[in-house]
Design a protein around this ligand. Structure first.
Ligand code: C2E
Ligand code: CA
Ligand code: CA
Ligand code: CA
Length: 277
């Protein structure tokens, strides 16, 4: 018994240390990433299938790590939140997304909307609303051209505090989307008190689509959206048959690899310049 325990310990220790060291290294790199200008935004189109038109772009954060290469947010956002760096990163993301949108607008794309992901922790900041409205004013952007994507869990925790801020943002004309709708511990009641604008159907529901069959979850979500007069966007649309079924089920706006993968700003501009998809 003793021996097995010892072996197990030996087996475990080096890998624990490696992970621990990697994590600490990543933390240190993350502290410097903003200053070193290692962050970048990629953009993924949101397409109206009936209008055959790009109606929006979602900004997705990338970290060009000097050694590890391009990292997606799942590998560092949580660490940034734990280290208290997320506020600064979110500010940079909004600033960069607005700068980009101004450029696209000066190229004539006045109708396109920019979607920006928010961390739940952003809504703990007392100045969150003014910092967002200030940013839009500085860039002279119409608030209706910006949509903030927040998750359901954010609405559930500290619902009262968040509700006030969501109302203020909506009052200022900014759109709010519920990301990954239906995947949280959803209590639909919040839809009555939160004046959101858009529901995003999570990728997991789109992936489950098989052939042109009815799908109770997607029908339920499009039904809720219709009832509350909200837009609905399906994410993670990878295949033509999924797009066709989604349209039959009442969802017109879609996002996913079937249409385009997230790409740097200059590629996104090329897509915007195409008259029709
Ligand atoms: P999300 O908001 O649900 O974003 C959609 C994710 O699905 C993106 O991953 C996107 O690249 C990916 N995706 C798009 N189309 C498809 C598809 O057809 N198939 C599949 N399998 N995936 C698809 P990404 O860029 O790695 O971002 C992951 C998550 O990180 C995002 O999930 C979002 O929650 C968060 N995130 C991204 N950018 C930011 C940011 O600027 N700030 C914050 N706080 N979070 C961000
Ligand atoms: Ca999102
Ligand atoms: Ca999502
Ligand atoms: Ca998702």
């Amino acid at each position: 018994v003793k021996r097995a325990g010892k072996n197990a310990f030996r087996f475990f220790e080096p890998s624990f240390n490696t992970h621990h060291r990697e994590r600490i290294a990543l933390e240190n790199d993350l502290r410097d990433a903003l200053q070193r200008k290692e962050f970048e935004l990629h953009y993924q189109p949101q397409v109206s299938v009936s209008r055959r038109q790009i109606i929006g772009m979602e900004a997705l954060l990338r970290w060009n790590h000097p050694v590890l290469g391009k990292l997606t947010p799942n590998s560092f956002i949580e660490i940034a939140e734990e280290l208290g760096l997320i506020g600064e990163i979110s500010r940079w993301v909004l600033e960069e997304a607005c700068t980009q949108l101004v450029q696209w607008r000066s190229d004539g794309h006045l109708e396109v909307r920019m979607s920006v992901n928010m961390s739940a922790l952003d809504f703990d900041r007392r100045d969150i609303v003014s910092s967002i409205t200030d940013c839009l004013q500085r860039h002279a952007l119409p608030p209706a051209r910006i949509e903030l994507e927040i998750t359901e869990s954010l609405m559930m925790n500290n619902a009262a505090g968040v509700a006030v801020k969501v109302k203020e943002l909506r009052g200022a004309g900014i759109s709010i989307a519920i990301d990954d709708f239906g995947t949280g511990y959803s209590a639909l009641a919040y839809l009555q008190s939160f004046p959101v604008s858009t529901l995003k159907i999570d990728r997991s529901f789109v992936r489950a689509l098989e052939g042109p069959k009815s799908n109770p979850i997607i029908s339920a979500i499009t039904g809720i959206a219709r009832g509350f007069d909200l837009d609905v966007v399906a994410e993670g649309v990878e295949q033509l048959h999924q797009a066709e079924t989604l349209q039959l089920l009442g969802c017109d706006i879609m996002q996913g690899y079937h249409f385009a993968r997230p790409a740097p700003a200059h590629e996104a501009l090329e897509w915007l310049r195409q008259p029709e998809l």
